[in-house]
Design a protein around this ligand. Structure first.
Ligand code: SF4
Length: 478
């Protein structure tokens, strides 16, 4: 490679925050090797697809994009390395290369740190990793040695926000979930290593960190019990003590593992934000049992109440699956009831999607017709939106410290940021990215707060004249 004409890369990410974080590592590692971002896929010498297989839709989207990648490679006369990483590679390890022979490199989520070596093998020689000596199958991942990619360089789009992986894999057996099969058994990263990484991020300008794991609050269960700190609660406290870190979030916890020491740490650590993503999945005990979620509706509701008693202003968000095999109308309505009872500030709602290799995929006789699944989803979305809109009204008139993320997409000349409750805030103001500024909230919808920045003295910060003359908040549709 020559410095005057560096190779270019393009990373396309599917799926969850863990994947987004992995993509930051992939980009950072490629840049460390001298590559630069490409303008688009056709412009790239190396294209990396970082895949997800948790739901069917991303799979289909990826297959379409992989078909298109064949075209972009052909347009470049074959001079383009196509790499596919992430969970789908593990799930499809037996047939991905056969189905898409123009893919040069396939690597599992546990082998990101080896990607550079794989690319070198594929680059120039026209050889696929499948032809690499010592690897007969051409796939890399959980069957091989896994490792955290945490020491790799990272290319963060927002310097003031960072994800920190604290564990990988999952030991639960949720009957609909492919994650344990593709990400392997749960492994916790050493405590001191995480603290060191957060200290480094803080020195590098990060103000907010999100601790990531498939089952984040079971962190430490398998670390040695040698008297040194190892629990998730202790980790929250250790990260809270790091100078420069103003906001700590984490995702995703399992309700069954939400211990009292974690709730106490959340309540007592000023940097831990009053926001918790607590996946419900279903409100019927029969469905929860069939999902193997290991808690009951009553236990979930009690847990939410207990957390709210310790952190009164907490904002709960959740994940819900509708139309799980065999779910009756009455059972679906129990989910709706739990939403009303817990009062979520937001919810990610999904139609059940069968994943090959999961226990629930065998329940074909009980599959719910797609039209009925869709009807239930729409009903649930209406309910959660109404609840979220109502919940967010409590912020109207208040002043929220907002972490500025940049310019809003619409309307022009507004800024975008996040409240402590992790709600998007669109506001008039003049603060730089990464600042935390007071914003008076003037309007709230189910997903967005609208407001105006204040000075430290509590005065309104004037927005640019052009924005005031063109758009008023009443015209914003969110
Ligand atoms: S807790 Fe359940 S849903 Fe979450 S990753 Fe583990 S198996 Fe999947």
């Amino acid at each position: 490679m020559n410095e005057a004409d560096p190779q270019k890369y393009h990373v396309i990410t599917f799926g969850c925050q863990m994947n987004s974080h992995d993509s930051e590592r992939i980009s950072g590692m490629l840049e460390q090797r001298g590559m630069v971002p490409a303008a688009d896929q056709d412009d790239a010498d190396v294209v990396v697809f970082n895949t997800c297989t948790i739901r069917e839709k991303p799979d289909q989207k990826l297959y379409t994009q992989l078909d298109q990648a064949k075209g972009s490679k052909r347009r470049r006369g074959g001079n383009q390395v196509i790499a596919v990483g992430g969970c789908l590679v593990e799930a499809q390890r037996d047939n991905l290369l056969a189905q898409f022979p123009w893919v040069d490199v396939a690597f599992g989520p546990g082998r990101i740190r080896d990607l550079g070596n794989f690319l070198e093998l594929a680059d120039g020689e026209g050889a696929s990793v499948g032809q690499t000596p010592g690897d007969g199958e051409g796939f890399y991942g959980i069957a091989d040695e896994r490792s955290f990619a945490s020491e790799l360089p990272t290319r963060r789009d927002r310097p003031h926000q960072a994800w920190v992986q604290i564990s990988m894999g999952c030991n639960m057996k949720c009957s609909y979930c492919i994650v344990p099969a593709v990400r392997g058994r749960e492994v916790s990263r050493p405590f001191a290593e995480i603290v060191t990484e957060v200290e480094r991020l803080a020195a590098d300008g990060a103000r907010e960190v999100t601790l990531l794991g498939q089952n984040v609050n079971s962190y430490g269960n398998h670390l040695p019990r040698d008297g040194s700190p190892r629990t998730f609660a202790e980790l929250l406290r250790a990260v809270d003590a790091i100078d420069g870190i103003d906001r700590i979030r984490y995702t995703s916890p399992h309700p069954a593992h939400m211990r009292e020491d974690v709730i106490a740490a959340m309540a007592e650590c000023s940097s831990v934000m009053p926001q918790l993503h607590l996946p419900l999945q279903a409100g019927s005990n029969r469905v929860l049992k069939a999902m193997r979620r290991t808690y009951t509706r009553e236990r979930f509701v009690d847990l939410a109440a207990k957390i709210r008693a310790s952190i009164p202003d907490i904002a709960f968000s959740t994940d819900i699956i509708v139309g799980f095999p065999g779910e009756t109308e009455a059972e679906f309505l129990e989910t709706v009831e739990v939403c009303r009872e817990v009062q979520f500030d937001g919810a990610f709602t999904f139609i059940y999607s069968s994943r090959t290799g999961t226990e629930a995929a065998a329940l074909t006789a009980d599959f719910i017709p797609p039209a009925e699944q869709q009807r239930r989803l729409e009903h649930l979305v209406d309910v959660v939106r109404a609840i979220a809109t109502e919940r967010h009204q409590r912020h109207v008139g208040s002043v929220q410290p907002v972490l500025v993320e940049g310019a809003a997409r619409k309307p022009a000349n507004r800024l975008r940021g996040r409240s402590p409750h992790n709600v998007k805030v669109i506001f008039e103001g003049d603060a730089p990215d990464g600042a935390i500024v007071p914003v008076r909230i003037v309007h709230a919808t189910s997903e967005t707060l609208l407001g105006r920045q204040l000075t430290d003295a509590g005065e309104l910060v004037a927005a640019p004249a052009s924005s005031r003359s063109v758009v008023t908040f009443d015209t914003i549709s969110t």
